[in-house]
Design a protein around this ligand. Structure first.
Ligand SMILES: *Cc1c(COP(=O)(O)O)cnc(C)c1O
Length: 371
């Protein structure tokens, strides 16, 4: 699905030198490499504050811890997402309220958010799934009307541009009260291990989240609040500080691969190619098709036999996961989410796809589907 090895080889000299610098400096925790990357990332995303941390799941957890929510408070989130988004809600003893996604963008459905709001609702967590933005302008409007926090899960969409109706363009992750992202190796800005970051324009939340990520302290050994231990390693920061310079060209490479796929599949009656809303561009963390009247799981198996990877993101939606059994979700009925879960398939998507590979993948898929 990804080719991090060949991506590395293209920048090996630069990256190896940066890692050697970290080793020479012996600044493994904090220090100038983390500072420098934090600054680069902050410039890229365009928020007032950027806080790096150990991974994207921690970023979401720290964000939610900073909101001072009470057990049982409700957090509205899509069910059609990676488990990390909703797991942290449950971990903090808050109640995940799963709502539908839009069938075309795979992102949280704005009307469904409105219907799910109760007096206990405290936050909305939109996910920019597969690299396409959720409808942030509408979401921020709802949040404003109901006095709710918005935490963007931007783990799959770093670099994505959201265009407001007045023409203003902002990076996803910089629009909500807090934005979170992940540097897991297969993400669009991937480290050589784990990493994550949090974005905000709010000075108070920024201070609080810095503290929480550092054992609740801002003065060493004086712990004001219950926190956790979540840091980005200096080695990962040094690697990321180089890779962020290439992020826009990585996004272009992903879009080129997507265009190839689109051209091959767009006229097929059984295949829906990824749709792009007027307010978003696409950074193609995943290239995900909807198959209609095709035996998706058989296709998945047949492709595997040809050594063509394909994945189902995700085979079980959140509201049907056993981990939430005690969260009173038995009434949750999400037909669109279930419909998508049965029909989506993601194809190899990364920066190193060659035309020959794309031809092999597309021709074999069309062969299997047409026979
Ligand atoms: C990857 C991912 C995360 C979690 O990031 P980690 O760094 O793996 O903890 C959260 N949300 C979404 C949507 C993701 O894809």
């Amino acid at each position: 699905m990804v080719d991090t090895k060949n991506q590395y080889l293209k920048i090996k000299t630069e990256v190896d030198a940066a890692i050697a610098d970290v080793l020479d400096s012996a600044a493994y925790i904090g220090g100038k490499f983390v500072q420098s990357f934090t600054q680069s990332l902050n410039n890229y995303i365009g928020t007032k504050h950027t806080i790096t941390c150990a991974n994207g799941t921690d970023a979401l957890q720290i964000a939610m811890m900073a909101l001072d929510l009470q057990p049982g408070d409700e957090v509205i989130t899509p069910s059609f997402t990676y488990i990390a988004t909703t797991e942290v809600v449950a971990l903090l003893r808050l109640k995940p309220v799963f709502v539908e996604v839009d069938k075309d963008t795979f992102c949280i459905d704005v009307e469904a958010i409105k219907k799910a709001i109760t007096p206990k609702t405290k936050a909305i967590v939109p996910v920019h799934l597969y690299g396409h933005a959720a409808n942030m302008e509408a979401i921020m409007q709802i949040a404003h009307e109901h006095n709710l926090y918005v935490i963007e899960d931007n783990a799959q969409a770093i670099g994505c541009d959201y265009t407001f109706s007045n023409g203003t363009v902002k990076k996803t992750g910089s629009i909500g009260h807090i934005g979170c992202t992940s540097f897991y190796p297969s993400k669009n800005l991937g480290a050589f291990g784990d990493g994550g970051a949090i974005f905000t324009n709010d000075d108070v939340l920024a201070e609080k989240m810095k503290k929480i990520a550092n054992h609740g302290q801002s003065v060493r050994y004086y712990h004001d609040v219950v926190g956790c231990n979540s840091r980005l390693d200096a080695i990962q920061a040094a690697v990321l500080d180089i890779k962020i310079k290439h992020l826009d060209s990585y996004i272009d490479a992903r879009n080129n691969a997507a265009s190839f796929y689109n051209a091959a599949f767009q006229n097929h009656p059984a295949i829906q190619i990824p749709q792009i809303a007027s307010y978003s561009n696409h950074v193609f963390h995943q290239y995900t098709l909807i198959l209609n009247g095709v035996n998706r799981d058989a296709l998945n198996t047949q492709l595997a036999a040809l050594k063509i990877p394909s994945m189902i993101y995700y085979p079980v939606p959140g509201h049907k996961q056993k981990m939430f059994a005690s969260f009173g979700l038995s009434e949750t009925d999400l037909p669109t989410t279930d419909w998508l879960t049965e029909r989506v398939i993601s194809l190899p998507m990364h920066t190193e796809l060659e035309t020959e590979q794309l031809e092999f993948i597309t021709s074999n898929i069309l062969n299997i589907i047409n026979n």
